[in-house]
Design a protein around this ligand. Structure first.
Ligand SMILES: Cc1cc2nc3c(=O)[nH]c(=O)nc-3n(C[C@H](O)[C@H](O)[C@H](O)COP(=O)(O)OP(=O)(O)OC[C@H]3O[C@@H](n4cnc5c(N)ncnc54)[C@H](O)[C@@H]3O)c2cc1C
Length: 368
């Protein structure tokens, strides 16, 4: 039986383990953390990821545990709509709308499909020949899946000259709040505030703002309340109800230069290890899921590499462009940007969705 070692039990690693196992591989999953409880809050799963999840048999459970978003769009900080999209129109076009669920719920569903995870096992090095050195001994594999995240040690070992992740100039906050709020993303002069319903009468709120790298505050919720005071309803109210201990702050990094290949010898890079992107398109985990399913059905790693590089490079670039646009602090530039978005918005839902076809219209290599 062919043996695969998957390094990392994030969304990319767990999906890879589930998909490879389904394809008849013996799979060992190594995770350096003591538990798979992921850091994070809400996670948007777009139609392309749902199709990939259908292949490993968890798509319908994800749909069931997610909240339907209804109509959403982009607003100004005063609440004026710049563009609107409709979940119904997305469903009609792609078979599914983008849905939202808690990251831990997805991790749990995926872990049920994967073999037992060897927690507390850190991978120290991997060779292209498939030798994996861990804190608990060596393993040999026919395939090593490097799903060890944005700071991938394996990527660095395989491609030592490749520059590491670059700070995008913005930090992010995520928090889950009880109650409801209309889904939308509001753009100010450098700041963004997003709200989306989660199942169980909860709202996933996220925000970004320009900040020096590594900066933190002893009162992150206070920082959010200060930044978004005076923004449209129900943002201040939502923040007034949030639990300070539930706020997660993360600086946004991405790989500006992608590796020259997503494989080397028997090792394949998956997810953020291959193509960490800014979260503006909500596609980082979705692309990790696509990678995983493609890898399990593509035995030829050169083909996997070529296919996934061509697929993800434009998404990384597009995401970075949006990140830069949202971070514009100059009110004149931000107003010009808003005018442009509202002009595109006036073209209507179909025209706006059409721009997303290359991303959301993706089909997996096999039918579920
Ligand atoms: C603010 C924010 C919002 C986001 N929102 C969305 C969204 O809505 N939708 C979406 O699709 N994406 C979103 N993303 C992106 C998404 O979170 C990532 O792309 C995704 O989690 C990457 O998964 P991964 O499995 O590749 O890496 P990770 O989740 O980073 O997992 C890597 C795993 O490898 C383990 N590991 C690392 N090194 C070793 C080692 N040496 N040995 C053993 N184990 C190791 C780590 O402990 C970790 O468990 C968002 C990102 C951010 C920052």
């Amino acid at each position: 039986m062919r043996h695969a070692v998957v390094v990392g039990a994030g969304i990319g690693g767990l999906t890879s383990a589930a998909a490879l196992r389904q394809q008849g591989w013996a799979v060992t999953v190594l995770e350096r953390a003591a538990s798979i409880e992921p850091v994070g809050a809400g996670l948007a799963m777009a139609p392309n990821a749902l199709r990939a999840l259908d292949v490993i048999g968890v798509g319908d459970r994800v749909r069931k545990l997610s909240a339907f978003q209804g109509s959403a769009g982009i607003r100004t900080k005063t609440g004026k709509w710049l563009s609107r999209t409709s979940a119904e129109a997305a469903e009609a076009r792609y078979g599914d709308p983008t849905v939202l669920l808690h990251r831990a719920v997805l991790a749990e569903l995926l872990a049920e499909q994967a073999p037992e995870i060897e927690l507390g096992t850190s991978v120290e090095s991997v060779t292209p020949e498939g030798v994996v050195t861990t804190t608990k001994g060596d393993l040999e594999a026919d395939l090593v899946v490097a799903a060890d995240g944005i700071r991938s040690r394996i990527r660095q070992a395989l491609f030592p000259a490749l520059p590491g992740p670059v700070y995008a100039g913005v930090t992010s906050w995520r928090v889950i709040v009880e109650g409801t709020a209309p889904p939308a993303e509001s753009w100010g002069d450098g700041q963004v505030f997003g709200m989306a319903p989660l199942a169980g009468n909860r709202v996933y709120a996220y925000a970004t703002a320009p900040a020096p790298p590594g900066q933190t505050s002893p009162d992150e919720l206070g920082e959010l309340r200060r930044l978004f005071a005076g923004w449209h309803d129900p943002i201040p109210d939502l923040l007034a109800r949030a639990d300070p201990a539930a706020v997660i702050r993360t600086d946004i990094h991405s790989l500006e230069t992608l590796p020259p290949a997503f494989h080397s010898g028997r090792v394949a890079l998956v997810g953020d290890a291959a193509h960490a992107m800014t979260p503006n398109l909500g596609q980082g985990a979705c692309q990790a899921i696509e990678d995983a399913v493609t890898l399990a059905y593509t035995t030829d790693l050169e083909r996997y590499s070529a296919e996934r590089m061509a697929r993800t490079a434009p998404i990384v670039k597009r995401s970075r462009t949006i990140a830069r646009m949202t971070a514009w602090r100059n009110p004149v530039a931000a107003a010009a940007r808003n005018t442009m978005i509202s002009m595109v918005g006036r073209l209507g839902t179909t025209a706006m969705l059409r721009q997303m076809d290359p991303i959301l219209g993706w089909r997996p290599p096999v039918r579920p």
